[in-house]
Design a protein around this ligand. Sequence first.
Ligand SMILES: [Zn+2]
Length: 252
Amino acid sequence: MTKSEIIKAHNGNCRDRDEDIRYIILHCSAYPPEKQLEILAQNGLSAHYIIGRKGRVFENCPPEKVAYHAGQSRWLNSEGSSLNGCSIGIEIEAPRLGQTRKDYLTATTRELCVLLTKLMYRFGIKPSSVLGHSDIAPTRKSDPGVGFPWRKLWQMNLAVYPNLHHLVRETDELKLLQTIGYDLANLSAARYAFCRHFMPEEVAIDEDMQRLLDNPYPPEFTPANWDRYIQRLRATVYAFQADRALRSLYQS
Ligand SMILES: [Zn+2]
């Protein structure tokens, strides 16, 4: 078996798509793939792919079908109550729920990058459309966690990341968060989700896994370094807008 061979493990929790695939949503789970497959099946859920710590990749649902991985979620101008219909979901094994860099082994990240490259090419998905579960469900979810290697993905053009040399002029926090795509129904949760993804130094590591699952964000959260936070937001908006514009030129 070659390293990148994908093991089929469909559980039938899926439906036909009636929307185009626009996003790839990254998740993490503390369990190895076999246990994750069991839990998903028992709960009527599914993910398109599951990547284990040893680099094994399972396909739980074909990408042409809708899997049940995102739950209640919103991003940008999304319609309805969930992004399931327009996304592909990938679960990655991370024993401490992705809270430290060590959670993501080189083998796991390598397999993730191989898979992302294939899917993004096949379905025409932009780096700015590769998101974490906590980005689209900030009040409910913390995965793939503050230790997730977003910068590594960005270096391979598989995600976007802020470059502090390029800032938009806008300085209004709400407008900036909204332009990136965050749902502002709960500002504290949106701020924390942004920091978890783009400004990890603002995020505290929670030793208690159950508490993290139950409370993915601190209520009344305000970033400690406000000026730096606004600067990071302005750079992130620039990165998202540049990526979105570039791809639309190719498509026209
Ligand atoms: Zn998730």
